[in-house]
Design a protein around this ligand. Sequence first.
Ligand SMILES: [Zn+2]
Length: 266
Amino acid sequence: MAKLVFLGSGGGRYAMATQARATGGFTIEMDGVSFHVDPGPGALVRAKQYGVNVKNTDVVMVSHVHLDHSNDCNAIIDAMTEGAKNPKGVLIGNVSAIKGYENDTPVMLKIYLKSLESTVVMRPSDTTSIKNISVKATPTKHTDPTAVGFRIEGSKTISYTSDTEYFPGLFKHHKNADLLIINMLRPDNDSWPMHMNLEDAVNLIKEATPRLCVLQHFGMKVIERGPEKQAKKAEKETGVRVIAAEDGMKLDLNKSSTPLSKYTGK
Ligand SMILES: [Zn+2]
């Protein structure tokens, strides 16, 4: 069993500030465990909007400290621990989010760290497990040098690049997943340091050969050019089913490679 809800599909400063696309991260329900990955600004609001009960969250995962990935992690933990009164759950995060990095303070408040059953700080190649699901941190090249991606292996394998530029060998950490989630900030060959564009995504998909790929974390230029058109180009070039995330999109990996439902309201 593996079901996902995308509580956003936007990324980068402008898409976040204007909420041109939502930035609440995504949730995964797999093998009896509920994950919330990268709860950016609006995660609580989007969860309510798209029918996700954040109280049921078991694991909060934060790939790095940038606001579009981490802003609402305290709010989600507050909701799942009933205001830090009922300790439960696991936080899996990178160094900058949990401990702080160089001159930046961590995003996690101490009161919420104490309200969790456990906290796992992950560096690339570190692994941990929750019930029968293993989580491995994958490497990135990003403006937060401690950023990680995640490879989550249970009855399905879901591999998430997080924010990174494309680099040779990146595919080895995301190979042959049932679902590869790529953060694609820019369209076509329009490059931006430390992030991927469509060309990069195509190269990664060709090398990593997932069963299904979802593109998300769209900046304004992708949004203007049309995420679905970008996904179609990637699909044509790779032969792999590629979906552009939409805010509120639900996926059931057991049923098919097409979204179960797409949110159509405002
Ligand atoms: Zn980032």
